[in-house]
Ligand binder design. Sequence first.
Ligand SMILES: *Cc1c(COP(=O)(O)O)cnc(C)c1O
Length: 343
Amino acid sequence: MRTLQELVRPNIFALKPYSCARNEFTGEASVFLDANENPLNGPYNRYPDPLQLELKAKIAKMKGVKVEQIMLGNGSDEPIDLIVRIFCEPKEDNIVAIAPSYGMYEVCADVNNVEYRKVLLNEDYSLDADKLLAATDKNTKVIFLCSPNNPTGNLLNRGEMLKVVNGFDGIVVVDEAYIDFASEQSWLAELDKHENLIVLQTFSKAWGLAAVRCGMAFASEEIMGYFNKVKYPYNINLLTQQFVNEQIEMEQRKQDWVKMLLAQRDRLAKEFAAMPLIKKVYPTDANFILVKVDDANAVYKYLMEKGVIVRNRNSVSLCGGCLRITVGTAEENTELLDRLKEI
Ligand SMILES: *Cc1c(COP(=O)(O)O)cnc(C)c1O
């Protein structure tokens, strides 16, 4: 691997971060006259912990990582954007990513004027590590992998992913937004073995907290130093820190939801497979199923008119004729199936 000094943009490497009042003082005190806060209306009058250490301690325990290996963001979208800004010099460096995949990687690259190189997956949505690596050059700083992948739903082959992690001398991001629904282990267990690995997870899917906007990035302490340097000092507000903390206490509830959703996923997959309308049901390790029909636009439009909204992926490369259908409650899925049977 190239050194972090070689990978991080020179201005970020040299950056002297904003030093907030709460960072400069550590220890016990009872009178805080340092941050121009209103002394009334506690606890909301005070700036929150910029490093969210209490919440991170809980996440560290749950995930089996060190507090120093965690960054929390306003959804996973914040660390995705930070990765581009930390490592990629606009108009000079580039990003290599699988396609089709999550749309935010390309949007963040475009916003930052960084070249985004898409490498098509195989026809069956499997990963070809050699093909991906062949698209990299000396200016490739970051590779984005997503497993289980969105919108295809499949896990990428672990051996092929390992080839990418070992064969690339820059940063490899593994987006695991759907890992709670997957039949395989997270890459978090590999974090200490690979200095170039960044794993993304989120509270938006299995935890049922998309509205709260809390995502997680995991990486080496050294990489985290750059995240902490570049992020807004108070990027996670106190309400979110407290609320997510409480939600983690109910981890069993999340497990129960996942169990229910996986049973519903199996039910949908079986029913879809028996429908003449549906030509192909793709294997999934996520909380959604990609299906192929003859006329995706027509089916999409029909369902929409009946008040059932699915994601039309017809125009996405390798996804012609495809609809991405999220697993809902038993009742919602029944409604979907009834409507499909009418076509
Ligand atoms: C939904 C999703 C996310 C989550 O984004 P948040 O900003 O955390 O809500 C991240 N990556 C992928 C691939 C997703 O599908």
